[in-house]
Design a protein around this ligand. Structure first.
Ligand code: SIN
Length: 483
């Protein structure tokens, strides 16, 4: 059997693509663990959109300014110009965003936006509500615990995917169109805000095939994540908190961010992360997020999930301040696509959402543009595939289907070492010596007999380090300082 579409990933981009593919098509959605193990599910703050037609130029400009003007301007225009229609379509199909007291859409502000233009749902559970909505709309086949380990690509055509269904079993599925929406790379960093299912294996497959990964040095660190647990995955304190008045202070209550940027908490995310990192390093003082500008009743209504999570952790918000540090958050770089979301060099393969790099985020993503990217470019990919009507002839695929070993005993040790290396060398502030050293270590790990999934992660990590070494000057999230 040949599917019309295989979609790898069940976050916002993958599920919205599935929603837009006509119901009479045969579609298989593969997700690595359970569907909610994706970064969409953890997105708190919201989804950015132009508020109306007159706001499109400002939304475009804010996206470019945050992105250090390294963005693909055409992609940014597509993003913003299609935001209104994308949001309207979701609302028309039943997604409920929060409303203000007048019953109108409630827009909030986040850092580096020149006005309030972020929609949210259930206060601070925007990603979770959008994911739930898209899951309820899903009418196609979905397979959980399907870990993609290869793409069947030959002569510029993708014939389908190969995936593990358990520790030892694997399957092959063929398809006329394949859409990669497998998310970013979070779990290759020691500290991150991502779902633990997100580890960049599909990017590794792309590297292995000699296809293009773009802007891999552009890794975003969220400035305000909770520092108080030892888990790799850190609890996020949404940018919307700062957008609505939370302050970053040192242990003496000093708002040191003004020493770094006139917009302090509302400066672009890379600037805020770097400033916190630098201040802590220079002074040794602890850094906190303070909520003392908030009224208690308002805070608990507007941020109910953050309030409840931190209540569980023993913090009484908004009265107590919370220790914070930056952590890895989002990959601006990924699988290079053209403006139709098509993977460069392959006729019927698309990449969307965080897995992809269409150039929309440049060197630093503007807050809350990622959910929007998932919505807008999933539609672009589906529309392009419908227009192209490409079909494969399975019998033309002549490569041998390989049998992979998913994990090996040595993997755990190397995985931990990899996460530490990436955090320390390809982190918030980088230096060439340490990047080169890490690259050498990764090359050594690649010589070991590791399992397939770790092998792919290593290839992805290697592409990040390589790109970081190749970019000699600082730009946006890629900050080089030799110390
Ligand atoms: C947040 O709520 O701070 C995350 C939003 C984003 O990453 O855009």
């Amino acid at each position: 059997m040949i599917y019309d579409y295989i979609i790898v990933g069940a976050g916002i981009a993958g599920l919205n693509a599935a929603r837009l593919i006509p119901k009479d098509k045969k579609v298989l959605v593969l997700c690595k663990k359970s569907p909610w193990e994706c970064n969409t599910f953890y997105a708190q703050g919201g989804i950015a959109t132009a508020v109306d037609d007159s706001d499109i130029p400002a939304h475009i400009q804010d996206t470019l300014t945050a992105g250090a003007n390294y963005n693909n301007v055409k992609a940014v225009e597509v993003l913003s110009k299609n935001s209104l229609e994308g949001i309207e379509n979701l609302i028309d199909n039943g997604l409920e965003f929060d409303l203000n007291e007048k019953g109108e859409l409630a827009f909030t502000k986040e850092a580096a936006h020149s006005r309030s233009r972020i929609l949210h749902a259930d206060g601070d559970a925007t990603g979770r509500m959008m994911h739930l909505f898209l899951m309820t709309q899903l009418e196609h086949e979905i397979q959980t615990n399907a870990v993609v380990n290869d793409l069947l690509i030959e002569d510029g055509i993708c014939y389908g995917v190969q995936y593990f269904t358990s520790e030892t079993e694997q399957k092959v599925a063929y398809s006329h169109n394949t859409i990669l929406a497998s998310g970013g790379i979070g779990s290759i960093y020691k500290y991150h805000t991502n779902s633990t299912a997100i580890a960049g294996e599909v990017q590794g497959i792309i590297a292995e095939k000699g296809l293009e990964l773009k802007d891999m040095e552009m890794m975003q660190f969220h400035p305000t994540v909770f520092k108080g647990t030892s888990f790799a995955r850190k609890a996020l304190l949404s940018e919307a908190l700062r957008g609505e008045g939370a302050h970053v202070v040192d242990e003496n209550g000093y708002r040191f961010l003004y020493d770094y940027h006139k917009d302090a908490e509302l400066a672009p995310r890379d600037v805020v992360s770097r400033s916190i990192f630098d201040y802590n390093r220079k002074t040794g003082l602890g850094v906190f997020l303070s909520f003392d500008t908030f009224d208690k009743k308002y805070f608990r209504k507007r941020f109910p999930n953050i309030y409840a999570n931190f209540d569980d952790l023993g913090y009484d918000l908004p009265f107590e301040k919370v220790p914070i540090s930056p952590a890895f958050h989002y990959a601006m770089g990924g699988i290079a696509t053209d403006l139709n979301a098509k993977v460069k060099g392959v006729k019927n393969l698309y990449a969307i959402g965080e897995a992809s790099c269409i150039g929309v985020h440049g060197a630093n993503r503007l807050a809350s543009n990622s959910l929007l990217e998932g919505i807008v470019f999933s539609k672009v990919a589906v529309e392009d595939s419908i227009k192209e009507e490409f079909t494969i002839d399975k019998s033309n695929y002549s490569k041998i289907i390989k049998s992979y070993t998913r994990n090996k005993n040595i993997d755990k040790l190397i995985k931990d070492e990899l996460r530490k290396l990436m955090w320390e060398s390809a982190g918030i502030v980088r230096n060439m010596g340490s990047l080169e050293e890490s690259l050498q270590k990764i090359d050594n790990f690649l010589e070991e007999e590791v399992g397939r999934l770790l092998f792919l992660r290593l290839l992805t990590a290697k592409s990040i380090l390589r790109a970081a070494i190749d970019r000699k000057e600082s730009l946006g999230a890629h900050f080089i300082k030799d110390f």
